[in-house]
Write a protein that binds this ligand. Structure first.
Ligand SMILES: Cc1cc2nc3c(=O)[nH]c(=O)nc-3n(C[C@H](O)[C@H](O)[C@H](O)COP(=O)(O)OP(=O)(O)OC[C@H]3O[C@@H](n4cnc5c(N)ncnc54)[C@H](O)[C@@H]3O)c2cc1C
Length: 476
C-alpha cells in the first residue's frame, strides 16, 4: 500500500504553508515559534525548495543555489532561525571576473569596487561616490520609472565596461536586466556592497537539516511528498487545502508556490476580482537557468586563486540576450574548496557552472534532442573551464547537467523560473489577502524579494502579516 505522508495530521491548523522554500520555511518557523498551529506541506521528497543539493556515488554532493548572498543573511538567520545557523555564514573573498573587457579579482564590497572603478577603470571618484549613494538610498517607495540601464547612463555614460562590472553579478543573483526598474538593481547591489559576498559553510544539506530541526522544535508539523492541488475558498475567505486527496481545514494559507501557479492553479481566477485577475495576468515570470555539476577526482587540488566565484564570459559586450542565449558565452563558476565545504577533502572538490536561460529554448525538444543539447551544454562548459582548470577532463570524476525543465520538475515553478517573477509580481503577491481573507504568498517575487536573503526576509514580512491576521480572527 502507498505510504500515507499525512498520517497523524490534524484536521485543522491555524496556518498551512504550501512549499518549503526558504520563504515558506521561515514563515512556518516564525509562526510556529509564536505558538500558532502550523502545517508545512512540501510536494518534493526534500525540504528546501531551490535551496537544495543532491548526492552521487563516491559521496559526491552538489549544491544548487549556494553561490553567494549578502551579509544580511547573518542577521536574518540569527533572528529568525538560530545562532548555530548564523555561525556557519562566512565571507567569500575571491570574486573573479574574466571577460574580453577586463580580468580582475575583488572582495566585492564598496571599498574595493571604489578602488577598482577609480584606479583601474579611471572613473572620477565623485561619480563613483554619487552612484553608490544613489543606489544605497533607493527604496521600494521611490519613483520606479528609471531603469537600471538609465541609472548607469546617468553616472557612467558610455562606459560599457563599468556596466558589465556592476551588472553581470546582479543579473546572476536575481535575474534582473538593464530594462528592469533601477530599484531592483540598487537594493540588491547595495546589500552586496555593504560587506561583500557570503556563503553557508557546510553546504545546503547541513543548513536545511538544521532548519528542519528548528521547525520541529517550534512545533511545526512538517510533511514531504505532499502535493497541494487546491486551496479552497469560501465566502469568508480561506477554508482548507486539498493535499494528496485529503482536505485539511485551516485559518490561513501561505503559498510558497510560484505566484502565478497560486493564483491561477491552486485558487482559481474565479475567486478574485476581474481587475485583480487582469493585473495578475500581466505578471511576467523571471528567467530560468542551466547548470553543470562537476566533481573532481579524489586528491585533485584546485588552487584557491582560481576564485570562489568566477564570472566568466567570452562575449565582447554585456548584453541581456547574450546571457540568456542557448549559445552560451557567459558562465558563473562556483568552486567548492574544503574551506567552503569542510567535508569536501574526503571526496574531491566540486565545481558548479550556472548560466541564465530561457525555458522556451528547452521546452519543445524531443527526448533525443534534449539529451543532445544537455550533452552539448556539458561539453562546452568543460571547454570553457579548461582555461581556469587545465586538463579538466582528466581531473573529473562525475559530471551532469540541469536545465530549465529540471528546475520546473523539482520545484513546480512555471517555466522553471529561478527567481519567481519580475517586479510587478510583488504588488500582486501583497494584494492577495485583500482579495481573499487569510490567503498570503511568500516566495520569490519582484526581483527584490528573491535569492536566499530576499526569500527569507519576505517570509518574515508575511509571517508578521499572518500573525496579526490570526490574532484578530482569533479575538473575534
Ligand atoms: C541555479 C540557481 C542558482 C541560484 N543561486 C543563488 C545564490 O547563489 N544565492 C541566492 O541568494 N539565491 C540563489 N538562487 C535563488 C534562490 O535559490 C531562490 O530565490 C530561493 O531559494 C527561493 O526561495 P523561495 O522561498 O521563493 O521558494 P522556492 O525555493 O522556489 O521553493 C518553493 C517550494 O514550494 C514547493 N511547492 C510548489 N508547489 C507546491 C505544491 N502545490 N504543493 C506543495 N509544495 C509545493 C516546491 O516544491 C518548492 O520546494 C538561485 C536559483 C537558481 C535556480
Amino acid at each position: 500500500m502507498a505510504k500515507d505522508f499525512l498520517q497523524g495530521c490534524q484536521d485543522y491548523y491555524d496556518v498551512i504553508v504550501i512549499g518549503s522554500g526558504l520563504a515558506g520555511m521561515t514563515t512556518a518557523n516564525i509562526l510556529g515559534r509564536a505558538g500558532h498551529r502550523v502545517l508545512l506541506l512540501e510536494q518534493h521528497y526534500k525540504f528546501g525548495g531551490l535551496a537544495t543539493w543532491f548526492r552521487r556515488p563516491k559521496s559526491h554532493i552538489f549544491d544548487i543555489s549556494l553561490h553567494g548572498f549578502p551579509a544580511g543573511m547573518l542577521k536574518s538567520c540569527r533572528r529568525y532561525w538560530n545562532q548555530e545557523i548564523a555561525d556557519n555564514i562566512v565571507q567569500l573573498k575571491n570574486i573573479r571576473f574574466d571577460n574580453p573587457m577586463f580580468s580582475l579579482t575583488t572582495t566585492f564590497n564598496r571599498e574595493d569596487f571604489t578602488r577598482l572603478l577609480t584606479s583601474d577603470f579611471g572613473v572620477p571618484a565623485e561619480s563613483v561616490r554619487d552612484f553608490f549613494d544613489a543606489a544605497r538610498n533607493m527604496n521600494f517607495y521611490d519613483d520606479q520609472s528609471m531603469t537600471t540601464g538609465q541609472l548607469f547612463e546617468k553616472y557612467f555614460p558610455g562606459r560599457e565596461d563599468v556596466v558589465r562590472l556592476l551588472m553581470e553579478p546582479i543579473t546572476y543573483a536575481n535575474g534582473s536586466t538593464l530594462e528592469d526598474p533601477a530599484i531592483t538593481y540598487g537594493i540588491v547591489f547595495s546589500n552586496f556592497m555593504a560587506k561583500g559576498v557570503y556563503i553557508y559553510e557546510g553546504g545546503t544539506d547541513d543548513l536545511i537539516g538544521k532548519m528542519h530541526a528548528e521547525l520541529k522544535k517550534n512545533g511545526v508539523d512538517c510533511r514531504i511528498n505532499c502535493d497541494v492541488s487546491k486551496i479552497e475558498v469560501g465566502r469568508q475567505g480561506i477554508e482548507s487545502v486539498v493535499v494528496n486527496g485529503r482536505t485539511i481545514r485551516c485559518g490561513s494559507v501561505i503559498s510558497n508556490s510560484n505566484l502565478n501557479a497560486t493564483v491561477f492553479q491552486l485558487v482559481g481566477e474565479e475567486k478574485f476580482d476581474p481587475q485583480f485577475v487582469d493585473q495578475a495576468r500581466q505578471v511576467r515570470l523571471n528567467n530560468s537557468s542551466t547548470q553543470v555539476y562537476m566533481a573532481m577526482k579524489e586528491g585533485v587540488e584546485i588552487d584557491e586563486s582560481t576564485g570562489d566565484l568566477l564570472f566568466s564570459s567570452t562575449a565582447p559586450l554585456f548584453r541581456t540576450e547574450a546571457l540568456l542565449s542557448p549559445n552560451i558565452t557567459s558562465r558563473t563558476f562556483s568552486f567548492y574548496y574544503p574551506r567552503t565545504r569542510p567535508d569536501a577533502r574526503k571526496r574531491g572538490h566540486a565545481i558548479v557552472s550556472s548560466t541564465n536561460a530561457n525555458f522556451s529554448d528547452w521546452e519543445h525538444l524531443d527526448a533525443s534532442e534534449y539529451e543532445a543539447q544537455k550533452q552539448d551544454l556539458i561539453e562546452t562548459t568543460l571547454n570553457a573551464l579548461e582555461k581556469y582548470v587545465p586538463n579538466v577532463r582528466d581531473k573529473i570524476d562525475h559530471v551532469e547537467a540541469a536545465t530549465p525543465r529540471t528546475f520546473q520538475h523539482y520545484t513546480k515553478h512555471l517555466s522553471g523560473a529561478s527567481f519567481g517573477t519580475k517586479f510587478e509580481g510583488l504588488a500582486v503577491s501583497r494584494a492577495l489577502p485583500e482579495q481573499v481573507p487569510g490567503l498570503y504568498h511568500a516566495g520569490s517575487v519582484g526581483i527584490i524579494m528573491s535569492g536566499w536573503l530576499g526569500a527569507i526576509n519576505y517570509g518574515v514580512i508575511v509571517a508578521n502579516d499572518v500573525d496579526q491576521f490570526l490574532m484578530k480572527s482569533q479575538a473575534m
